[in-house]
Design a protein around this ligand. Structure first.
Ligand code: C2E
Ligand code: CA
Ligand code: CA
Ligand code: CA
Length: 279
């Protein structure tokens, strides 16, 4: 192909194709939110006695051809394009409807449900009011809703983020700091923010039992820190019995990972709980 008179290519066909693909994906995702192609999958969260105390909701996109698209393939695009706000609102309203159903069912009542809140959603001034409205509409106990927030929300405006967190805390919902240790964690802010739960990122858990003892030091230090600050400490990405034993022996309160269950359709999660003695 000729690259123009000066030998300068103004249009890179490959780049153009990828821009087209992105636009198409963006249109399809907007449509998917409208037409109900998103699904919540639930991954169990377990306490030290093996009881399922709740679940994290993880979104998937079930396309009309039956393929299940993982969030890594559309959440970043949703964040860049602002679609994350309607997507997040869909997750939130699904979560509250689900919690309302659980409350009415003795086999499921008392379990909490954690949802992921993206920075754009967190910064939306109407977010707290929306939660309050949905809690009231569904008559859900606020303590059963957990909001997972990543450190990135503190990057730009710590004061504004702190105010939002305090507003959310005042609603009585549970607040979890997600992916702890991977971002811009500052011990100074951790102590003054109203988090109820710290989630140890799975990359630290994955490196336990490797010859490198430094990762054990990081994990045990996060657990000790969380406990000192009277937060619950949850380890993500627990895959092996050795990781489970190590974490529990060092005082970690809650565990989540393939060892206890992969993210699964809601009905499957509920069936498993019904087969379990009440927590
Ligand atoms: P995350 O919040 O850190 O979620 C944990 C991810 O680790 C999930 O990936 C989960 O399937 C995976 N995982 C759980 N246990 C294990 C394990 O034992 N081993 C390994 N290797 N992986 C494990 P998933 O479902 O693909 O979600 C990826 C990310 O997408 C999430 O990371 C979260 O940041 C984002 N995401 C998912 N759902 C939502 C949502 O509704 N809203 C927003 N804003 N983000 C979401
Ligand atoms: Ca999460
Ligand atoms: Ca609180
Ligand atoms: Ca995480």
């Amino acid at each position: 192909k000729q690259a123009g008179r000066d030998g300068v290519a103004f249009f890179d066909p490959e780049m153009e194709a990828s821009i087209h693909a992105r636009h198409r994906l963006q249109r399809e995702l907007a449509q998917a939110i409208e037409s109900g192609e998103l699904r919540l999958y639930l991954q169990p969260q377990i306490d030290g006695r093996g009881n399922t105390v709740g679940a994290e909701a993880l979104v998937r996109w079930l396309r009309p051809d039956g393929t299940l698209v993982p969030p890594g393939q559309f959440i970043p695009l949703a964040e860049e394009t602002g679609l994350i706000v309607p997507l997040g609102d869909w997750v939130l309203s699904q979560a509250l409807a689900l919690l309302a159903g659980w409350q009415r069912d003795p086999a499921l009542a008392g379990r909490r449900l954690a949802i992921n809140v993206s920075p754009a959603q967190f910064r939306d001034p109407g977010f707290g009011t929306r939660i309050q409205q949905l809690l009231a509409q569904h008559g859900v106990d606020p303590r059963l809703l957990e909001l997972e927030i990543t450190e990135s929300v503190f990057l730009h405006d710590l004061d504004a983020a702190r105010d939002t967190l305090r507003t959310l805390d005042a609603l009585g919902v549970s607040l979890a700091l997600d992916d702890f240790g991977t971002g811009y964690s500052s011990l100074a802010y951790l102590a003054e923010l109203p988090f109820d739960v710290i989630k140890i990122d799975q990359r630290f858990v994955a490196r336990l039992q490797q010859p490198n003892r430094q990762d054990e030091a990081i994990v045990t230090t996060i657990i000790a820190l969380g406990r000192k600050l009277r937060m619950q400490v949850l380890a993500e990405g627990v895959e092996t019995a050795q990781q489970e034993d190590y974490l529990l022996a060092h005082g970690c309160h809650l565990l989540q990972g393939y060892r206890f269950g992969r993210p699964m359709p809601i009905e499957q999660f509920e069936t498993q709980l019904r087969a379990q003695p009440a927590a």
